[in-house]
Design a protein around this ligand. Structure first.
Ligand code: AGP
Length: 628
């Protein structure tokens, strides 16, 4: 009977984790430990394959890696020096044992793993079946294994065979394969999906993420689009899909293994919340001169071009989009250039007005978000300049942009972004001030004063972190809460949206963020007796919106809301209207998101944890969404 695809035409995929190893160590152990380090990417099955005595041995199981471990204990794998492994997020074919990767070709020659979607798999599958090939899964990926098996069986060299296969595939893919008859050789290829090579001594690795091999080496090579790599324990050869030698980009991983572990915290998310002072400080490090002027050495765009920009469009998804919303206020204020913010998945479909003098700024923690990547490609086709603000060295988005400003937040493992948000705001501020400097939109001493305030925020974020106990206690009160509202104005509005997103993502409860002034135009109807309403209050005195937000608090309180107010120290005007008040350090309005977001992150983390949910890997979500 023809297998039934449970998710026909599924278009949304998550980022599978891929690792391959060749060298003297016990391959199966190296591969499974690498898979564990990539768990944060989200997956629903896992598998490993090795080659021993000309035979491919594999184990694969639906569910978490612990299921795979149990399978290996029940059916031990022989010692091997070459292996590949995969964590899969189901797209074509349900999350079952037989749909898990690696896929082994019908003739037993090839084991292959795949990340992405092969769009033309149905035709290829029919062709292979007509040629007598039997399929053992419902996946799109298996066609690549079968095609490769057929090629090598005809005597084609393994790398040439993979080249022939990738030239027949449409869609997004990273493929890693090994041949039962070549126990010292891995081949891998990438198009629209990530792949890095880990360079060891007498051993080498390929993986979707450096986290998979950081335990063994910090030396890595990033592969470019449409490149193929041929790896043995002592050699790495990179070519394009036509077989021509291709340029590869070696880099050194600057963070270590302990950075990717929880360091005693119960959740990566909690650890990452506490890392924010350091993450912001690292993002600002080395980016300004002693006189307070900015230097963005990595921005290889001539100043004349930056001076000619007449419009900025910030493009991003989710939390990064909210960071972009914050940045818009600052960039317009400092540079006087019109700045739009756009959700990446909407961007290219509305035919945006882009010219040679438009600057597109993309924000992405992972650097692999497909919606953002497609927006970049669209913008560059229209001859716009693209600057990426990104946290992941060697990722696709920075590689495909004209310039990149890295946020040095270190690895963000929790699916819910926290330090990603704060560092994106900080990096956008650096860019905004740099543009103001280049265009002389602000005097040098004004820029130096703003930079000094930005540089003073890490200890203030630390002070917020040191005072989070009341927020944690508050979370305990809302374990059975159905709905929570968040209000803010100006930069407080995206902070409210971010607070609501965190609750939706990890505590699975209905949460909405609104501009406080918009309440009376509809959303206030949601307010009923006892509903918790978080309100971000702008700085007192120095901000014209302060009094208006206090009126908004009174409006919701009069209708029964329980008001949880985030207001700066000494703001006593707000005290009579707050059921609970959380004090923020005194900062200017534009710096407030860097301190006000933190308690909202912690509220969500604590509530989700108390509800017994998996804070780091919430249901239906993964860290990077690599297909549109
Ligand atoms: C944040 O908590 C989310 N997991 C999500 O919205 C994320 O910010 C978005 O998918 C963008 O990811 P990126 O920064 O890696 O591009």
């Amino acid at each position: 009977m023809r297998p039934v695809c449970r998710f026909p035409g599924a278009k949304v995929t998550r980022m599978c984790g891929i690792i391959g190893y060749v060298g003297p160590r016990a391959a199966q152990e190296v591969v499974v430990s690498g898979l564990r380090r990539m768990e944060y990417r989200g997956y629903d099955s896992a598998g490993v394959a090795v080659v021993v005595d000309g035979v491919i041995e594999y184990r694969k199981k639906a569910g978490k890696i612990t299921n795979l471990d149990a399978e290996i204990v029940a059916n031990p794998m022989p010692e091997a020096t070459i292996g590949i492994g995969h964590t899969r997020w189901a797209t074509h074919g349900g999350p079952t044992d037989y749909n898990a990767h690696p896929h082994v070709s019908d003739n037993g020659r090839i084991a292959l793993i795949h990340n992405g979607i092969i769009e033309n798999f149905a035709g290829l599958r029919a062709e292979l079946q007509a040629g007598g090939v039997s399929f053992r899964s419902e996946t799109d990926s298996e066609v690549a294994a079968q095609l490769l098996g057929r090629e090598v069986a005809q005597g084609t060299d393994l790398a040439d065979a993979l080249r022939a296969v990738v030239n027949r595939l449409k869609g997004a893919f990273t493929l890693v394969a090994m041949d039962a008859q070549e126990p010292e050789r891995l081949v891998a290829a990438r198009r629209n999906s990530p792949l890095v090579v880990g360079v060891g001594e007498g051993e080498n690795f390929v993986a979707s993420d450096v986290a998979a091999f950081i335990e063994f080496t910090r030396n890595a090579i990033e592969l470019g689009q449409d490149q193929l790599v041929d790896v043995t324990p002592t050699s790495i050869t990179v070519t394009d899909f036509a077989g021509n030698p291709a340029e590869s980009h070696p880099f050194e991983v600057t963070w270590d293994l302990s950075a990717a572990e929880k360091s005693g915290y119960d959740w990566f998310m909690r650890k990452e919340i506490y890392e924010q002072p350091q993450a912001v400080a690292d993002t600002l490090l080395g980016r300004f001169n002693e006189d307070g002027s900015l230097k963005l050495d990595e921005l290889h765009i001539p100043e004349a071009e930056l001076r000619s920009i007449d419009k900025i469009i910030i493009v991003a998804c989710g939390t990064a989009y909210y960071a972009g919303m914050v940045a818009k206020y600052a960039i317009e204020h400092w540079t006087r250039i019109a700045c739009e913010v756009e959700i990446a998945s909407e961007f290219r479909y509305r035919d945006p007005i882009i010219t040679r003098t438009t600057l597109v700024v993309t924000l992405s923690q992972s650097g692999e978000t497909a919606d953002t990547l497609m927006a970049i490609r669209h913008a560059r086709e229209q001859h716009a300049k693209v600057i990426a603000i990104c946290n992941t060295n060697g990722a696709t988005i920075p590689r495909e942009s004209d310039a990149v400003i890295y946020t040095h937040a270190g690895p963000e493992i929790g699916v819910a972004s926290t330090k990603g948000f704060l560092t994106q705001v900080a990096a956008c501020y650096l860019l905004g001030l740099y543009l103001a400097q280049v265009r002389e939109a602000k005097y040098g001493d004004e820029i130096a004063a703003i930079m000094a305030e930005l540089a003073s925020t890490p200890p203030l974020i630390q002070r917020v972190l040191d005072g989070l106990e009341p927020i944690k206690q508050l979370a305990a009160k809302y374990i059975n809460q159905q709905s929570v509202l968040f209000l803010g104005r100006h930069v407080g509005y995206p902070v409210a949206l971010e607070g609501a997103l965190k609750l939706k993502e990890i505590a699975y409860l209905h949460a909405e963020g609104f501009p406080a002034g918009e309440l009376k135009h509809g959303p206030i109807a949601l307010v009923d007796e006892g509903i918790p309403v978080f309100v971000v209050v702008p700085p007192q005195g120095r901000d014209q919106l302060h009094d208006k937000v206090i009126s908004n608090i009174q409006e919701v309180r009069a209708r029964g809301a329980f008001t949880i107010v985030l207001a700066e120290e000494d703001d006593e005007e707000v005290t009579p209207y707050a059921d609970v008040i959380f004090r923020l350090p005194k900062v200017s309005t534009l710096m407030q998101p860097l301190v006000a977001t933190v308690p909202l992150q912690m509220f969500a983390c604590e509530l989700a944890s108390l509800k017994g949910y998996d804070v780091d890997q919430p249901r239906n979500l993964a860290k990077s969404v690599t297909v549109e």
